[in-house]
Design a protein around this ligand. Structure first.
Ligand code: TRP
Length: 379
C-alpha cells in the first residue's frame, strides 16, 4: 500500500503530515531501542490511523484545530521512565482529525480503534458499553476521541482511548464521568475523587494490559504545591511530600520562595486510575504539569525534566536524544517542545515519570523574552 510508506511524500513533492510524523517516530523508536522492523510497523500504524490527513502537505494548514497539541498537529509523543529501565515510547493521535466536526470525528475515531481491535485481537466491550455517552448523535467539541499507543517490542502496541466527557454538553461532564464509571462497575469511584475545576478526559485501556484501567482526568486551576501533594486519593497513598516536590520542580516553584501557586492558564491536571471495584479507591494517580506554561524556553523545560529524572536515578540521555529525533531546532529557540511533565504513582510499582514531546509539525512557539520574574504574567 503506497499511501502508508513511512517518510513518504505526496504527489506534489513537499513533506506530508504522515511522512513528517512517521519520520519522527522512526527516529524515536531507535532512541528507545525498538528494532527497525517494529519502527516500520508503528510508522505505518500511525499513517493509517491518520487516514487521509496523513497525505496532507505540511505547507497547508493543519487538518483541524486539534486540541491535541498547541500547533494543532494531531500527534504527540511521550517517553515514560522507570528507574533502571529504557523508557517506553508512546504515541498519542487523533484519528478523526480530518473530520468536519466532533460527531464525524468521533465516528472515524471509533472505526479506527475497532480496526485496531480486529487487527490485534483485543475486545472493545468496555468502549461499546459507553458509546451512547461519549458519541451522541450530535456531539459537542472540542474533541471526540484520541488514541494512545504504547509501542512495545514486537510490533503490537498497547492501546488506550481518550474520550470527551463534554460530548453531550459541558454541563453534563461530571454526570457523564459518573455514569461511565458506574457502568464499568466502579460505582463508588466518582465520590472518592478530589474536587476539580473540570473533567477534560475519560480514558480506557484496551487490549493486552495486566490490569486495564478506567481513568478520570481532572483539571485544577490555581493549584498550590500543598494542594497538589494532597490530590492522590489512594489507600495506601503516596506520601504528599514526593508529589509536592515533583510539582515544585516541574512548575519552577522554589520551596520557601514565597510563591506557592502556579498561575491559571491551562491548569494542572490529575488522573485517577481505577483497576478494581472492591475498595472504590484509585490504584494509581498521575499529576500532569504543563511545564511549557511555566518556562521561557525549552532549555528551561529540559532542565526541569532532567532534575525530576535525576532525583529518581533515571537516565536523562534518552530524553535529550528524543528531542533531537523530533527537531533540529535548539531547545532555547522555542517553547512547547516539552509539553508536560507527569508523575505517576501506582500501587505496587515504583513511581513513573513521563515527558510529553510535541511534534511541532506546523509551528514552534518562540521563546518568551520577558525577565523571569514576569513569566507568570504572560498567561
Ligand atoms: N494539548 C492538550 C493539553 O495540553 C491535550 C494533551 C496532550 C494533554 N497531551 C497531554 C493533556 C498530556 C494532559 C497530559 O491539555
Amino acid at each position: 500500500m503506497t499511501a502508508a510508506r513511512p517518510g513518504g511524500r505526496s504527489g506534489s513533492g513537499g513533506p506530508t503530515l504522515g511522512g513528517f510524523t512517521a519520520g519522527q517516530l522512526i527516529r524515536l523508536c531507535d532512541v528507545v531501542g525498538l528494532e527497525p522492523a517494529d519502527a516500520e510497523i508503528y510508522a505505518r500504524v500511525l499513517i493509517e490511523a491518520l487516514g487521509p490527513s496523513a497525505k496532507r502537505q505540511l505547507d497547508r494548514p493543519p487538518p483541524s484545530e486539534s486540541l491535541l497539541s498547541d500547533d494543532h498537529t494531531p500527534v504527540e509523543f511521550s517517553l515514560s521512565f522507570l528507574p533502571n529501565a529504557v523508557p517506553t515510547l508512546r504515541l498519542l493521535l487523533e484519528p478523526g482529525c480530518g473530520a468536519r466536526g466532533p460527531t464525524q470525528s468521533g465516528r472515524t475515531g471509533l472505526r479506527v480503534v475497532r480496526e485496531m481491535a480486529q487487527r490485534w485481537n483485543f475486545p472493545t466491550g468496555q468502549l461499546d458499553e459507553l458509546e451512547d455517552l461519549f458519541f451522541p448523535s450530535t456531539a459537542e467539541g472540542p474533541f471526540a476521541l484520541w488514541c494512545a499507543l504504547e509501542l512495545r517490542p514486537g510490533g503490537v502496541p498497547r492501546v488506550k482511548v481518550y474520550l470527551n466527557p463534554a460530548a453531550s454538553g459541558q454541563e453534563h461532564s461530571a454526570g457523564t464521568v459518573r455514569e461511565a464509571m458506574r457502568r464499568l462497575g466502579h460505582q463508588r469511584a466518582f465520590a472518592t475523587l478530589p474536587e476539580a475545576d473540570g473533567y477534560p478526559y475519560f480514558a480506557l485501556d484496551l487490549g493486552e494490559w495486566d490490569t486495564p484501567r478506567a481513568k478520570v482526568y481532572l483539571r485544577h486551576n490555581d493549584l498550590s504545591a500543598a494542594e497538589a501533594g494532597r490530590l492522590p486519593r489512594m489507600s495506601p497513598g503516596p506520601g504528599s511530600a514526593e508529589t509536592e516536590a515533583f510539582f515544585r520542580t516541574a512548575a519552577g516553584l522554589r520551596a520557601g520562595a514565597g510563591k506557592d501557586t502556579v498561575p491559571g492558564g491551562r491548569g494542572v491536571q490529575s488522573c485517577h486510575a481505577f483497576t478494581e471495584t472492591a475498595s472504590g479507591l484509585a490504584s494509581g494517580c498521575t499529576l500532569y504539569v504543563p511545564v511549557r506554561d511555566y518556562v521561557r524556553h525549552d532549555g528551561e523545560a529540559l532542565a526541569r525534566a532532567e532534575d525530576v529524572l535525576e532525583r529518581r536515578g533515571m537516565d536523562t540521555a534518552p530524553l535529550l536524544r528524543s528531542l533531537e529525533a523530533v527537531t533540529s531546532r535548539l531547545p532555547q529557540d522555542g517553547v512547547g517542545l516539552i509539553a508536560y511533565l507527569a508523575l505517576t504513582q501506582q500501587h505496587g510499582r515504583p513511581p513513573r515519570v513521563t515527558t510529553y514531546i510535541s511534534s511541532e509539525a506546523y509551528a514552534a512557539r518562540p521563546p518568551v523574552t520577558l525577565p523571569h520574574h514576569q513569566v507568570e504574567m504572560v498567561h
